[in-house]
Write a protein of this length. Structure first.
Length: 266
């Protein structure tokens, strides 16, 4: 168990301008911000939370006792077509290499290779165990669609608490969260709270409007990386809920743990 006292937000350098805003919000909240793994005497210590990339998280989260929540790899593929507006298949990189058509291919939550439109499976990156580009690695294979704008919604306990636009026509374009994006995200969350595939209590839901005006889910992602133009104080609420001591993780969220916090990433 963690002892009372100032919690720590572990946020490694270099920090983006938006990450700086988040760390400033953490300091206002009374957290101690550190770029390095805290050195503490044996025994219980303060709660440690995380904001940073997944590869860096894998190196330190186990040693720091940080449990990380993220959506299941197959979540997007389990949604109905009326929420995705495209075919989405959850498969392996080895199977995706057999594609003979153009498709958007991405790792569900890793950054092991670029998420992009590939003309066919032969253009996917070759195996590289050091970079986790292995034939059994999970990937999502999606029909190619044209998003006019994309929005990131930070979700806590089934409700959008903040968010922002992050892309316009595939290019970085931070801006306000639109009413349409918030409404569509609410529709997706209602589906997931009912018969749809579940999400962890603290998560990011990316949605977008297609060139033809239809709204569609882009993906779900971990909440502890990339805030864009969202309200940093509200984002901090989600980050603290998505990362922290293992004993604070509710049983319903244990299936969404990135890896056992006292072990190593698989």
């Amino acid at each position: 168990m963690c002892t009372p006292g100032p919690a720590v937000l572990l946020a490694p350098h270099p920090r983006s301008s938006t990450a700086v805003l988040l760390t400033e919000a953490a300091v206002r909240r009374g957290l101690r911000v550190s770029a390095r793994l805290p050195v503490a005497p044996p025994g219980p210590g303060p709660a440690v939370h995380w904001y940073g990339g997944p590869l860096a998280a894998d190196r330190v989260a186990g040693r720091a006792g940080i449990a990380l929540l993220e959506p299941a790899d197959g979540w997007l593929a389990a949604l109905p077509y009326d929420l995705t507006c495209r075919r989405v298949e959850s498969t392996t990189l080895g199977e995706a290499r057999r594609l003979r058509r153009a498709a958007f291919v991405k790792p569900p939550s890793e950054k092991s290779f670029p998420a992009a439109v590939y003309p066919d499976g032969s253009r996917l990156p070759p195996p590289d165990a050091a970079a986790r580009v292995t034939d059994d690695a999970a990937v999502l294979v999606c029909d190619v669609v044209d998003f006019a704008a994309e929005y990131r919604c930070f979700v806590l306990d089934g409700r959008v608490v903040t968010g922002s636009r992050y892309a316009v026509r595939g290019l970085l374009g931070p801006g306000p969260l639109s009413d349409g994006a918030r409404a569509f995200a609410g529709r997706v969350l209602a589906h997931c709270a009912g018969a749809g595939p579940r999400l962890p209590r603290a998560v990011v839901l990316d949605v977008g409007v297609l060139a033809d005006g239809r709204w569609a889910v882009v993906e779900a992602n971990m909440a502890w990386f990339a805030i864009y133009a969202a309200d940093p104080d509200r984002v901090l609420d989600v980050v603290l809920a998505a990362t922290g001591p293992p004993d604070a993780v509710a049983p319903a969220d244990r299936p969404f743990l990135r890896f056992p916090p006292d072990g190593q990433p698989s």
